[in-house]
Every structure is written in structure tokens, then in C-alpha cells.
Design a protein around this ligand. Structure first.
Ligand SMILES: Cc1ncc(COP(=O)(O)O)c(C=O)c1O
Length: 397
């Protein structure tokens, strides 16, 4: 039996009536304005988490007392240290690991603590849309260092970035690594150039590496802070196992902060936001996943890679006017519909009429219009059905 069969990613599991934002929330119906949609939008997967995680959570639930959760145990911290060592050859220390209820909350605390209202925070659009939302909600200004697309490949506009970093109002740079939605796994030279420029201009780096475990064969994720002590001292890594093991609803993440002053400030901001006491299930799930479920992760990556091939073959066979940016990481794929010459909202409307919910490119900011992000973290049957619906949506363009 190969690993994929062992884990059976092909099983379609009904998620209706499970309070899933992706499948049955009021938000889904209101935002997309449609019913009976097949949802391949928000970034969680339609796979069960690995069995050891489920077993550990069931055992904990059967205890039946769900009082306040203690701080991270020594065992838990050792597990996190071992994960980054094993998978990335990166040594981190116990003190550096700080709980937060999520990567997005952690980013917001960082904006609040390390910048002032009216300051600029640089992001690389088209990018994960809650970054811009959090920046503006906190009264800061979004400065977009738009990625450049040439021959179906995204790169960084360093000339513009350098100018943006030199602006005294720029205080924070948000590195999305791997990048959601364009799927780039940044190379060492790119990361070094970013790190050097941020140091030179005294701009703090948030390294959002939440997708770092989901890397396609042939690519390698390099933790930003692992590149040099100077980079480590000038950055906060936000991480979590929630993408890797499909645990997003448990709301648990780790900020990894080698610099003591940054760490103390970050912790103080968590206290201000009353975000210091974890959910009892979150750390447990992550610990079991990191300790016992690496084989599940390898099988998952194989399945995602095959899903991407399926998507690519289907598109080139039946929908040749759409092109896809080949992902290097994540379970998301960025599809280019611009040949249809339809404005993003109209394209979205057509897709919804065909009963498929994707994340429309325009919500990812500059450079996103005319693209759609599809979540391929689902059984192949679901992906196939979505592709049939996409074909129906575009057939009269
Ligand atoms: C780049 C990125 N950062 C953060 C998050 C969400 O993190 P959390 O659920 O821990 O707030 C996502 C989810 O899709 C993401 O893609």
C-alpha cells in the first residue's frame, strides 16, 4: 500500500453543518451571494487531520474538563525545536517560541507595537488579503511592492522596494514565504537581498512562513531568520501547523523571536490584547502532528502535487485560454483568466452562477485583477467537479 492510499486523501467528507466558514457559513452565502456553491476558496483543506491528532484530541475531549490552559510545556517546546531542526536545519531556542492565537493576530500585534498610526507597512501584492485589512484597520498605510510577472513567473521589484524601504515612514516589511497566492518559494539570494535592504533601512521584517511545510519537489524553503544572526535579530517569524495539518479552527500559532527586546515587546502586546492563554486543543494537536505525522505530510504533498498536475492537464486540454502559475509551494494555485478580458467582479459573478466559489484575484490587491485563486487541498473528485463548473462558467466568453 503506498502512503497516499494509507491516508486516503480521495475520500470526500461532507462538511455541511460543521460550522465551516468554507462550506456552510452565513458569510459564504452573503459574500458570494449564491447557494449550493462548491467552495475552493478559503485556505483550509477538505482532508481529515492525521489520525494520531484526532485520537489525541478525542482522548483529551473525553477528560471532559476544559479549564484554562497552562503555558507551553517543555515537551511541547522541544517538539517545535526539533521540527525546525529536522526539516530546515535551523536551531531555535525555547525562549524564542511565543504562543499567539494565530498568524493574523500576531501580525496585527506587531503592527500595533512596532509602528505608529500613519506609518507605512510594505506588503508584496497580489498577496494574502488579511495583511492589508489588518494594516488599515490599525490605522497604518499599506505600501505595495507589487510583484512582477513575466513568462508566468513572479519576481520582486527590488528597485522599487529599495525606494519604499528608504521612506522614513516605512517601519515594517511583511515577507510572505512561501508566497500566497503566487506560490513562490523564495530563493536564498532573494531573501538575502530583502534582509540586507531591511537592515540597512532599519525596517523590521515579519516573516510569515505559515505555508513553509508545503513545498513542491525540487524547491526548498529557507527560514528567513536562519540566513544570518543579523536577520534573526531584525525579524519575527510567524508560524503554525494549521496549514500543514489542517488545524486552522484550533487557533494556535507560534511567533519565533530571537531578539530579546522584540520578544518582550511582542509579549507585552499579546498581554494588551489578552491573547496569552491558549486553547487546550491547539498546542496538543500541533505537538502530536509534529511528533508523529511527518509521513502523513509527505503523502499529503504527493497528493497535492498530483492534484496540481490534474488541474494543469485539465486546463491545457479543455480551457487553454486560462494559464496557471506553476506553484512551488502551498496548496493554492493562481489561475490567470486575463485572456477573457473580463473585469474581476464580472468574472466572479460568472463563476458563482456556475456554482463554484474561488477567491477572486482583485481582493489580493494590486496586480490581482483577472486572476482567481483555487484551493487544491481537496479530494480529486471535488477538484474535478470544480473544473467542470469553471468550464461551464467560461463557455460563452
Ligand atoms: C500567508 C498566510 N498567513 C496567515 C494565514 C492565516 O493564519 P491564522 O489562521 O493563523 O491567522 C494564512 C491563511 O490562509 C495565510 O495564507
Amino acid at each position: 500500500m503506498n502512503a497516499q492510499n494509507k491516508w486516503n486523501f480521495d475520500t470526500v467528507i461532507d462538511r455541511i453543518n460543521t460550522d465551516s466558514i468554507k462550506w456552510d457559513s452565513a458569510f459564504l452565502k452573503e459574500y458570494f451571494k449564491g447557494e449550493d456553491l462548491l467552495p475552493l476558496w478559503v485556505a483550509d483543506m477538505d482532508f481529515q487531520s492525521p489520525q494520531p491528532v484526532i485520537d489525541a484530541l478525542v482522548k483529551r475531549a473525553k477528560h471532559g474538563i476544559f479549564g484554562y490552559c497552562a503555558e507551553s510545556s517543555e515537551d511541547y517546546l522541544n517538539t517545535v525545536i526539533s521540527w525546525f531542526n529536522r526539516r530546515y536545519g535551523w536551531s531555535i531556542e525555547k525562549d524564542w517560541i511565543i504562543y499567539s492565537p494565530g498568524v493574523v493576530p500576531a501580525c496585527n500585534y506587531i503592527y500595533q507595537r512596532f509602528s505608529q498610526p500613519g506609518d507605512k507597512i510594505i506588503i508584496q501584492e497580489p498577496v494574502y488579503y488579511p495583511f492589508a485589512r489588518g494594516i488599515t484597520a490599525n490605522g497604518r498605510i499599506v505600501e505595495s511592492n507589487q510583484l512582477q510577472l513575466e513568462n508566468n513567473y513572479y519576481t520582486i521589484n527590488f528597485t522599487e522596494l529599495e525606494k519604499q524601504l528608504k521612506d522614513p515612514l516605512s517601519k515594517i516589511f511583511v515577507l510572505c514565504s512561501p508566497h500566497n497566492p503566487v506560490g513562490r518559494v523564495w530563493k536564498k539570494e532573494e531573501l538575502k537581498q530583502i534582509g540586507d535592504l531591511c537592515l540597512e533601512n532599519e525596517v523590521l521584517v515579519i516573516a510569515d512562513e505559515i505555508h513553509c511545510d508545503l513545498i513542491y519537489p525540487g524547491f526548498k524553503h529557507i527560514p528567513f531568520a536562519s540566513l544570518s544572526n543579523d536577520f534573526a535579530q531584525n525579524s519575527i517569524k510567524t508560524s503554525s501547523g494549521t496549514k500543514t495539518f489542517n488545524l486552522a479552527g484550533l487557533h494556535y500559532s507560534n511567533a519565533i523571536i530571537p531578539n530579546e527586546k522584540l520578544r518582550e515587546d511582542f509579549k507585552a502586546q499579546c498581554t494588551i490584547n489578552a491573547a496569552t492563554i491558549p486553547n487546550v486543543f491547539g498546542g496538543l494537536a500541533l505537538q502530536v502532528a509534529y511528533d508523529q505525522c511527518e509521513d502523513w505530510l509527505e503523502a499529503l504533498i504527493d497528493y497535492i502535487v498530483e492534484n496540481f498536475k490534474y488541474l494543469q492537464d485539465y486546463i491545457s486540454d479543455k480551457l487553454p485560454d486560462i494559464s496557471i502559475i506553476p506553484p512551488e509551494g502551498t496548496y493554492l494555485a493562481w489561475m490567470d483568466f486575463r485572456d477573457y478580458k473580463l473585469e474581476g467582479k464580472k468574472l466572479q459573478k460568472k463563476l458563482i452562477e456556475a456554482k463554484v466559489a474561488l477567491d477572486s484575484g482583485y481582493i489580493f490587491g494590486a496586480g490581482g485583477d483577472g486572476f482567481e485563486r483555487i484551493n487544491i487541498g481537496c479530494p480529486r473528485e471535488t477538484l474535478h467537479e470544480a473544473l467542470v463548473r469553471i468550464s461551464n462558467a467560461v463557455k460563452d466568453f
